[in-house]
Structures are given as C-alpha cells and as structure tokens.
Design a binder for this molecule. Sequence first.
Ligand SMILES: [Zn+2]
Length: 254
Amino acid sequence: MIVNFLGTGTSQGIPIIGSDHPVCLSSDSKDKRLRVSIWIRWDDYSYVIDCGPDFRQQMLRANCKKVDGILFTHEHADHTAGIDDIRPFNFRQGEMPIYAHPRVIENIKSRFAYIFQTENKYPGAPSVRTIEIANNHPFELGHKSIIPIDALHGDLQVFGFRIDRFAYLTDVKSIEESEIAKLNDLDVLVINALREEPHFSHFNLQDALDFIALVKPKKAYLTHISHIMGFHEEVQKKLPENVFLAYDNLEITL
Ligand SMILES: [Zn+2]
C-alpha cells in the first residue's frame, strides 16, 4: 500500500493569502501545505480521503489518473469544497462513490444541491454515488477491510480510518478508549497536530504526542499543520525518533 500526502495544512493552507509570517514566506517546499488529504493505493485500487479546495491541484501534482472512491472524515469546507473537480474522473470512469457519515452526506447534498438534482441536471455536473458509513461497521474496499474510527473534532463527530496496519485520523480533539483500542499494532499512524498552543477542536502538538505514546504505532506522521507550528525543519528536530512531520508529496510505502 502506498500513501501519498496530498495536503498537510490546516484550513487556510500554507502560505496563507496575504500573510507576511516567516513560515508563509519560507522557500522550503516542506513549508508549503495544501489542504489536508491523502491518496492511498494498493494493487490496482486508488482511494482519496477528503476532497478539499486544493483537490484539482493535488490530483495534477500527484499525476493521479483514477480514483475508485472518496472517503470523507467530516463536512468542513477544507475537507469537502473540492468536490466539483471530480468531473474529469466522472467523464472517464462514471459515477464517483463517496463514503461518509449520513450527516456528512446530507450536508454535501445541501451545499452541492446541483450535483444531486434529478430534474434538468446540467450534463457536465459531477455525479456521485453515496455510501453511508456507520461506526463499528467495517466495510470492504478493494479486498481490504476499512475500519471506521469515531472521534470528536470539538463537538463534531469525525471519522478516521484504519486499513491493515495503517490508520489516518485528522481533525481530532478527543477520542474514546473503545476507539483507541481499534488502533492497536499499527505500523503507521497519521494524526493531526495543529500547533503548540491549545485549540478547542484540534490536537495541539503535545496532545498528538501524548496520543502517539498511548497508541504506540511503529511510526507516526503529523498532519493538518498551521503556519504557527513553525518551520518544518525546526519542528522536526524537536520530535521523538519515530514521529515525523508529514509534508506535501511525501509518499510512504507499507
Ligand atoms: Zn480540517
């Protein structure tokens, strides 16, 4: 399985439009972060988790030619706003399967009503097939079991996903013990870490490190990073041996 980090930034991305913050002005490519998303491939299968406003640019940059489905963690715009750009895949492959919590599907239906229009739908509009995800109901994609992991982003429910010995969780602020138990024996855990200062709906760096110490994956990668976390190179030096700051274009093989 190959995991490609399409984006590792928080909601505004880095650089932030108009910002003079030193991290936003950095020339290090690892300090440039599109909105958070990953592309996962195994055998001939290809899936994307989340579809934020940078989706088109991410698909072009990664040279992704086929997507068999999109899994959504939650409905916030930095995770969903790119859905109109699935059209090139629709034209080649047909309907795009999208997997999400029923609440997220309803939210996407109201925000992107034109996609779900049954009468007089514009012929070039995106087309999707919705598949509901429920906690404690693993589902199969490409002969692999996908285990939903339930967590809270402030007050909002979010899903993370475990596939074999890989797990991807973003926008987590709290998670119950019964869900943490689903993360045993991981080779790689991806978890969000916004910045050093606390935040009401995101793990900060210490929260993420404490969570990693609890879950004990072989390796952990931090994502959904704000510019105020600091320069990639400097933050990486402060991290434990098996913890890495993810960056855009990073590809890991499991
Ligand atoms: Zn987010």
